[in-house]
Design a protein around this ligand. Sequence first.
Ligand SMILES: [Zn+2]
Length: 265
Amino acid sequence: MSSLNTPAILLRRIEYGDYDLIVTLFTPQGGKTSAIAKSAKKSVKRFSGILEPFSRLDVVLAKGRGKGLPVLQEASLEEPFFKIREDIVKTAYASYWSELVYLWMAEGEPLEPLYQLILHVLAELNRGGTPVEVLSILFQMRFLSLAGFRPNFDHCHTCKKNLDQIRDAVVVSDPARGGIACPTCMGSSNDRPRISKGTLKQLNWTDTGDLERAARVRFTAAAIAEGLTFLESFVPFHIGKSPKSLRVLRTVRKELEKQVFRFTC
Ligand SMILES: [Zn+2]
């Protein structure tokens, strides 16, 4: 039996039998790691209030020789990020980011920059200093780069005209071809999301330099809407899966818009 002591972010937990939980952790050195928390549902003392989604934990994992899951032996709460879980909008965004990591990562393959990225956006989301939509743009842009799917915003994929040479102010999103097309090449008979060249440049800025500075890019409300529409179709397309949490996020956002509308009318 070998044991590993590591920081971890709790991506997901599911019930297993009457007493146990299976938790999926994201660790800097071990990547996505599932483990069984025995008696976690029954024992009030051991893991009570600790195995909460999005929390930053320190854990001890024990691995036997067989093929079974590692056993979560100890867990201590280092960053509870409880302000995320008490806010339905923040919870919806954090669930989406966590599910992207969960769906895309293979078990046991480390990717420390992605660990640092999600830790950063969760901490910022909890702190509340940056608009949640900007954090989501930042997370998705950098996630795409780390996953090797960075969109090509520099030129039309068909005629190869640079963004600055395209005369239209708005271009067409084309996830299947990995980027954008000019309206001339794409034609007018498609319903793909359109995005302004100005927004594309801002999306690029969120993927350069340090995270703190990148989160200070100032987006207009229209640019945020365009950026989110673009990324929330681009990212699921490239990981080849539809995150359930994205449907929830869209519902939560719609409800919020309705409330704002009612309040202002
Ligand atoms: Zn073109």
